[in-house]
Structure formats: C-alpha cells, structure tokens
Ligand binder design. Structure first.
Ligand code: GYE
Length: 356
C-alpha cells in the first residue's frame, strides 16, 4: 500500500515536471503514458513473488485482475490462531492475492454469514477454518452452486458429501491426541496406583477438541490406572483455562495430571495451580498441544512437561492449493501438516528458533 502511494507520488511529480517543461512546446498528453508503462512491468508469474510492484499494475490494468480469496477465520482465541492469521495474511500478500478476511469470534453463525457474503461478492476461492465440525452442508452447497471452490484449513467438517470442498489442509488432531496419550502411558508404565487426570477440552464441537480427546483416550485406555476424573471445555482460551482449572482444583484434591488441548489453556491453568500453592510440572504434570512460544517457554521452565506440536503456519500451503484449484489441477482431498513433540529439555533447545 505504502509503495503504491510512493510510486504514484513520484510519478505524479515527474509528470508535473514534464508538463511544466512541455508547457511551451505543448504536446504531452499528461498522466496516461507513465502509469500504463509501469502496469506492464510485472508479468503474472512475477506478481507471485514477494514484491509490492504488483499492486500499481493491478489497479491500473483491470484485465490482470487479482485472485480474490475470501477467508473466514475462527477468531483470535489463542496464540496459535494469531500465528495462523498472520501466516495467511502474509502468504496471500506474497502470492499477490486480494484477501477478504473475516474474524468470526468463535461463532459459527458469523462464519456462515461471512461465507455467504464471499459468495455474494463472487470471490474466486473461499477458504475457512470451521469453528465446529457440524452444520456446514447448506452453506457449502450454496458455494458449490455458485461455482466457488472451497478449501478447508486447520479444522475439518463432518459433511458426508466430500464434493462440497476441494481439500482439507491441516493437522491430524487424533494423532496429536495419541502422541499426548503415549507420553503419559510411557511416564506411568510402572504405576501401581491410579493416576488422576483432568482434561481441559478445546471449543465444544470443534474438530481439534473432538479428535484430541479421542486420540488421547484411545491410547491411555491401554493402562487402566490412567483415569480421566474430570473433563470440561476451556474454549481454547487462557482465561477460561484458568477458571476451569480453579474449579477442578477445588473439586479434586488429588490431581496428578492435566491434559490441556492447547497451550493457552495450559498457561491459564498454570496460574490457577500456582495460586493454589502447587508446583506446575511437578505436583501436577502437564501435557498440552500447539508449541507456541509461551507454551515452549513454560515447558523450558519445567512447568509444562510435554507439548505436542501443531503447526499454524498454513498460509504458504493454502496459497499453493488456491493456485492449483484455479489452474484446474488435481489436488489431494487431504493435506496433512508435519509436526513433532517436545519434552522440557527439547523445548529449551528449540525455543530460540521458534517462529510462533
Ligand atoms: O490448537 C488452538 C486454537 O484449530 C488447531 O485452535 C487449531 C486450534 C489450536 O485455538 O490453540
């Protein structure tokens, strides 16, 4: 944007100068020649490069219309989400796309409204991260009928008709839950008494909450001593994580383990645990998911014992998928992000180079 202003400012100054010089000889036509020259400069492929030079050309030359991508984001509930939003915005700019971005504040009705408005505006592609899994068929059908391809990012929908979207790009949340459970199984393999686990679930009905719960349960049931004694949503936020953990601590005097579906809730819970005079990571073992900076920091201090990584930097892959869809290329129905896990020691090592 700034470059646009600057460039045109310089052009305008040049033109003014030329006009002044030519005023006596009198044949210069004014503003048109220079802008149209500059508008030819960036070819379509060049505009995909991280350069601002694409912008003046597009507005001066409507034939080279930018790809318009409508993105309906879940909200701004966590550090993961903030990193995800930034990745999408930056990658869209780099790809030379016009991004119409909407924040649904964790409400499905807002996302549906945003998608309908993208359809009305005839965007080229719609992408979204569905806040919950169910209830999308009608609006997805509307997009399909309008001929607008839809790409799911981050979270899945439970629609039976998979022709309603072109691909689903994101993590395998069941696998994340399994990794969390496996660490616990390994830690307590010699347990001779019950291990009391409390669980802070993500947003009710969301794919990561459903799947992280399922994967975790699947693995821990191999050891009957591993018992979930309480499980409640903390809505993926720090504030709610703290509040629910406070209630857990009041209701149960013998909590051994906290499994939080994301770092933000674990960080909120850590505050509640410390306020109760207990040592997070020691008195209560903590497992969480995401591996955002603050989570990794807490892990490196030994307050979180194990973090399962969930990569929010989906922007570049999303833009590739948008291009592929628009070029009519075949893309896989499912694109899974690669991720790892971190113990406290590994978190300490990895922290300085974390991007989010
Ligand atoms: O783990 C959590 C966020 O959908 C993977 O949503 C995402 C989850 C992430 O709020 O922090």
């Amino acid at each position: 944007m700034k470059m646009f202003g600057k460039k045109w400012g310089v052009l305008a100054a040049l033109i003014a100068l030329m006009l002044a010089v030519a005023a006596c000889g009198g044949k210069n036509e004014g503003a048109s020649p220079s802008p149209s020259e500059s508008s030819k400069a960036p070819a379509a492929s060049e505009s995909a490069k991280p350069s601002e030079s694409a912008k003046p050309s597009e507005s001066a030359k409507p034939a080279d219309k930018k790809v318009v991508l409508g993105f309906a984001q879940v909200g701004a509930e966590s550090a993961w989400r903030t990193a995800n939003t930034k990745s999408i915005q930056e990658s869209a700019a780099q790809a030379g796309f016009e991004l119409k971005f909407s924040d649904a504040q964790q409400k499905q009705e807002n996302q549906i409204k945003a998608i309908r408005s993208f359809i009305q505006q005839k965007v080229d592609v719609i992408a979204f991260s569905p806040v919950v899994e169910s209830g999308w068929d009608t609006v997805l059908k509307e997009a399909k009928d309008a001929g607008i391809p839809v790409i799911l990012t981050d979270r899945a929908v439970d629609s039976k008709d998979t022709s309603l979207y072109r691909t689903f790009l994101g993590s395998d949340f069941v696998e994340e839950g399994r990794k969390a459970g496996q660490w616990l199984v390994d830690q307590y393999k010699d347990a001779s008494e019950d291990v009391n686990i409390v669980e802070l679930q993500g947003t009710t009905g969301s794919a990561p909450a459903n799947d992280r719960m399922a994967g975790f349960q699947e693995v821990i049931k191999t050891n009957p001593h591993l018992k979930i004694i309480a499980s409640q949503t903390g809505e993926f936020t720090r504030a709610k994580g703290k509040e629910v953990m406070q209630a857990f601590l009041q209701a149960h005097k013998d909590i051994d383990v906290l499994y939080a579906h994301n770092d933000d809730m674990a960080l909120g819970a850590i505050q509640a645990i410390e306020a109760a005079g207990l040592k997070p990571g020691t008195d209560i073992k903590i497992i969480s998911v995401d591996a955002v900076k603050d989570g990794m920091q807490a892990a490196s201090e030994g307050k979180i014992n194990f973090i399962v990584e969930c990569n929010p930097l989906l922007g570049p892959q999303l833009m590739e998928a948008v291009n592929a869809v628009l070029e009519g290329k075949e893309i896989p129905q499912r694109i899974v992000t690669k991720e790892g896990t971190f113990t406290s020691e590994q978190a300490k090592e990895a922290l300085p180079t974390r991007q989010y």
